[in-house]
Write a protein that binds this ligand. Structure first.
Ligand code: SF4
Length: 399
């Protein structure tokens, strides 16, 4: 069923405890206790992780573009979202995120200007039965639900277009794409899309997040920039003054740049007061200009689309998997016994599961009999009344 203005996700799914989504099944596969915390108790970190925040903002940008806004309007919107740096985020990280979004959406709009597919529907919510593949009978308790980013038509083929951002290598032969053959989220959306509109597969649209950061220019690059005002194809108003300590102060479009002084030169007879050389660090706008240039120099490195098909046999297998997982979740919900997967606590790089402060310190989180109070919950979490925020019609609007 498609969500209409008259119905809201909460009206349709109550608190969402008997709804399986691609995200909730992925959480359960990763760690059943993670599923319990997120989708049974509704506990979420009060502060969103950076990757999640960026992913949501990227989706919002694409929604705005699809809704007919110009790329300039989308960038103006990004400026509004990022006008105020939250206290828990480093200012440089905040600027990098803002510049990355603005550069990426500008380059995306340029790179995918000619889209061979026609968009037929955006942000379509589905709510479907979960069917026992052995008997054909639908579960009376559990439903499958989700929100499809776009439904597109490419020639005769109807596809679900999913937008993602990732830091992985997106080259055509990379493991990233090989893994997608098994990706249950894709199967989830194809299963739903085939029932709703006969879709053939997924048009997977990925943006690879650049891993660069604002960097120091060399003294030579700084000198050239101060003289010309040109940097990575953009022009800036550069003004050099003297600070209170007598050193150089450089403003770039009214933003004061970090300055690093070079070695003091020896005075000579010809030049008794030589100028001390210096270098500046890229301001956010200069970094943004370099980002655009970097992405546009190798756009296929940063933007990729591949059609990922699912055969009837693939879907048949997935129906069995989904039914088995639903039964496991149902059993665990009835018994209240969701086991912990300690191997999922530590993640790639220095990341860790956001619930470590609960699990590692033995907090026994409980719901009271009226279902509203959670006991022994450490600071830094909040409780959501509805378990699947991505299904809420306004979940992707601006903060
Ligand atoms: S901290 Fe570890 S055990 Fe706890 S929910 Fe996360 S992955 Fe599971």
């Amino acid at each position: 069923m498609t969500q209409t203005a008259e119905t809201t996700a909460k009206d349709v799914w109550s608190d969402g405890r008997h709804v399986l989504t691609a995200s909730s099944t992925r959480a359960h596969k990763k760690c059943p206790y993670l599923y319990y915390l997120q989708y049974v108790l509704g506990i979420r970190p009060a502060i969103e992780e950076q990757a999640l925040r960026f992913g949501k903002a990227w989706h919002r940008c694409l929604e705005l573009l699809a809704g007919g806004q110009s790329v300039e309007q989308v960038v103006a919107q990004i400026d509004q979202w990022y006008a105020q740096c939250p206290t828990h985020v480093e200012l440089t990280d905040w600027h990098v995120e803002r510049e990355t979004l603005a550069a990426a959406i500008s380059a995306y709009d340029w790179f995918w200007k000619i889209d061979p597919a026609q968009v037929e529907a955006c942000e379509q919510t589905f709510n479907l039965p979960i069917v026992n593949p052995e008997t054909g009978a639908a579960s009376t308790k559990w439903r499958m639900a989700g929100k499809i980013d776009k439904r597109v038509r490419r020639g005769e083929r109807l596809l679900v277009r999913e937008h993602k951002s990732s830091s992985a290598d997106l080259s055509p032969q990379s493991d990233y794409w090989l893994q997608k053959r098994l990706d249950s989220q894709i199967s989830f959306y194809v299963l739903a899309g085939r029932q709703l509109a006969g879709v053939a597969g997924v048009d997977y649209d990925v943006f690879r997040k650049p891993q660069i950061r604002p960097s120091m220019l060399t003294q030579g690059e700084t000198k050239a920039f101060v003289q010309s005002g040109e940097y990575c194809g953009d022009r800036f108003d550069v003004y050099v003054a003297t600070d209170l300590d007598g050193g150089p102060m450089v403003s770039v479009d009214t933003i004061v740049a970090d300055v690093k002084l070079g070695a003091a030169p020896k005075p000579t007879k010809a030049n008794p007061n030589p100028e001390q050389p210096f270098a500046i660090r890229e301001t956010p706008a200069m970094f943004g200009a370099r980002l655009v240039q970097t992405i546009c120099a190798e756009p296929a490195r940063y933007f990729a689309r591949q059609e990922i098909a699912r055969t009837e046999l693939d879907l048949e297998q997935f129906r069995h998997e989904l039914w088995a997982q639903m039964q496991a979740i149902n059993d665990q919900t009835l018994s209240g016994r969701f086991f912990r997967n300690e191997n999922a606590c530590l993640q790639k790089g220095d990341k860790k599961c956001p619930y470590c402060s609960i699990c590692w310190f033995g907090c026994e989180v409980r719901i009271s009999d009226d279902g509203s109070i959670i006991e022994d919950l450490p600071d830094g979490f909040e409780i959501k009344p509805f378990m699947h925020e991505e299904l809420l019609s306004d979940s992707s609007e601006s903060d």
